[in-house]
Write a protein that binds this ligand. Structure first.
Ligand SMILES: NC(=O)c1ccc[n+]([C@@H]2O[C@H](COP(=O)([O-])OP(=O)(O)OC[C@H]3O[C@@H](n4cnc5c(N)ncnc54)[C@H](O)[C@@H]3O)[C@@H](O)[C@H]2O)c1
Ligand SMILES: [Zn+2]
Length: 361
């Protein structure tokens, strides 16, 4: 088992990463809880809920709620019914809320934990690759119909217990999605790691390599958030690929493209802007080949309507005034933030969408 310790502005917490950790919760947990409320989703529950319930000791009263799988559950309605459930169960300040699932469950359960009784303890048990990113850093949120993650708060877990064995039941699409954020962390930090990823076929990654990628990813995220928990400076770099990603998710619908797939394509666009505006020399072609080799939905790029997409970006909460702020790369490991006008952005995006002549088909 690997343990990383993260210092947030609210607390200090451990991230335990290893195989089979879901069976060792009662040994790993730092405190005892009389009442535990597990929030999970309808895909994760059939595989792991029973095991996790029985991993808590007999002295603990464990309840659970299964929300429908999918981004639709990060809603006001679902949030509200979970709060009803917390009250029904008479959870108090000494209770623990557990997020057993991917980033969706983590964000939703975390937001419940951050607001119920002004905050109760919260344990993250990530079950996706993508959740290596979402489970660390203390951002929790639900969606509004105007956009993703518009209602939320900063709230750190008391601990993260990451059992890498559960990745075994993820679909290829979700593996691809998770690696979108892994690629982001590699590009923000380390040329060699990025190269290693470019030599990787995602369906062939073994447990040992997976643990390395996840641990490295968590380290990058942790270093950035430790330096800047409230997103004033450095943390903005973690938005690499995300400005276009959020627009793509909204444009094509939450069913058509996953968050991490959208991020992977958003990163390609950020590379294009970096080349055209700050003259960076980045591996645009080899990254495009890697995306295609691993079946990222590049065909959607040719369906992008630049003007509408730029309009959508302005709804994104990273917009300051009229200019859209983009995280670019001067080189691998060296991010920077640049403001771009609508006009410039539409011009580069038009180019991006059509000039690759067949690349995205
Ligand atoms: N808080 C943050 O800092 C942060 C960062 C990045 C992303 N996010 C959020 O995370 C969400 C995306 O996370 P995600 O990609 O993990 O999505 P997700 O939680 O929706 O999981 C993806 C799919 O995989 C299923 N699943 C999860 N674990 C499984 C397992 N072990 N075996 C089989 N199926 C499994 C889920 O039921 C779901 O259908 C988005 O809501 C995004 O906004 C938050
Ligand atoms: Zn993300």
């Amino acid at each position: 088992m690997t343990t990383l310790t993260i210092q947030s502005f609210q607390n200090k917490y451990d991230v335990n990463i290893g195989t089979g950790l879901r069976h060792e919760i009662s040994d790993l947990l730092k405190s005892n809880y009389a009442k535990v409320f597990i929030i999970t989703d309808s895909n994760v529950a059939p595989f792991y809920l029973k095991e996790v319930i029985s991993a808590f000791g007999e002295d603990t009263a464990v309840s659970s709620e299964i929300v429908p799988a999918g981004e639709g559950s990060k809603s006001m309605a679902c949030y509200s019914s979970l709060l009803d459930r917390c009250l029904e169960l008479q959870l108090d300040r000494h209770s623990l809320i557990v997020a057993l699932g991917g980033g969706m469950v983590g964000d939703l359960a975390g937001f419940v934990a951050s607001t119920y009784l002004r905050g109760v303890d919260f344990l993250q048990m990530p079950t996706t690759i993508l959740a290596h990113d979402s489970s660390v850093g203390g951002k929790v949120a639900i969606n509004h119909h105007k956009g993703k993650n518009l209602i939320g708060s900063f709230y750190s877990p008391v601990q993260v217990i990451y059992d890498t064995e559960v990745i075994g039941t993820l679909s290829n699409q979700e593996i691809r999605s998770g690696f979108g954020e892994v690629v982001k962390h590699a590009l923000l930090s380390d040329h060699k790691w990025f190269q290693r990823l470019m030599d990787t076929t995602l369906t062939e990654v073994n447990q040992e390599e997976l643990v390395k990628h996840l641990t490295s990813g968590i380290k990058v995220k942790a270093e950035v958030v430790e330096a800047d928990e409230r997103e004033t400076g450095l943390r903005k770099h973690l938005n690499l690929g995300h400005t276009l990603a959020h627009a793509l998710e909204a444009e094509f619908g939450y069913g058509e493209i996953t968050h991490g797939e959208a991020v992977a394509i958003g990163i390609l666009f950020a590379m294009k802007i970096s080349e055209q505006t700050i003259g960076a020399d980045l591996p645009f072609q080899s990254y495009t080949r890697w995306l295609r080799h691993n079946n990222y939905p590049l065909h959607l790029v040719s369906q992008i309507d630049p003007e509408r997409t730029v309009e959508r970006m302005k709804w994104d909460k990273k917009t300051v005034g009229n200019a859209i702020h983009f995280v670019l790369l001067t080189q691998i490991g060296a991010p920077t933030v640049t403001a771009l006008t609508d006009k410039k952005l539409i011009q580069i995006m038009t180019d991006f969408v059509k000039d690759e002549g067949g690349t995205f088909d």
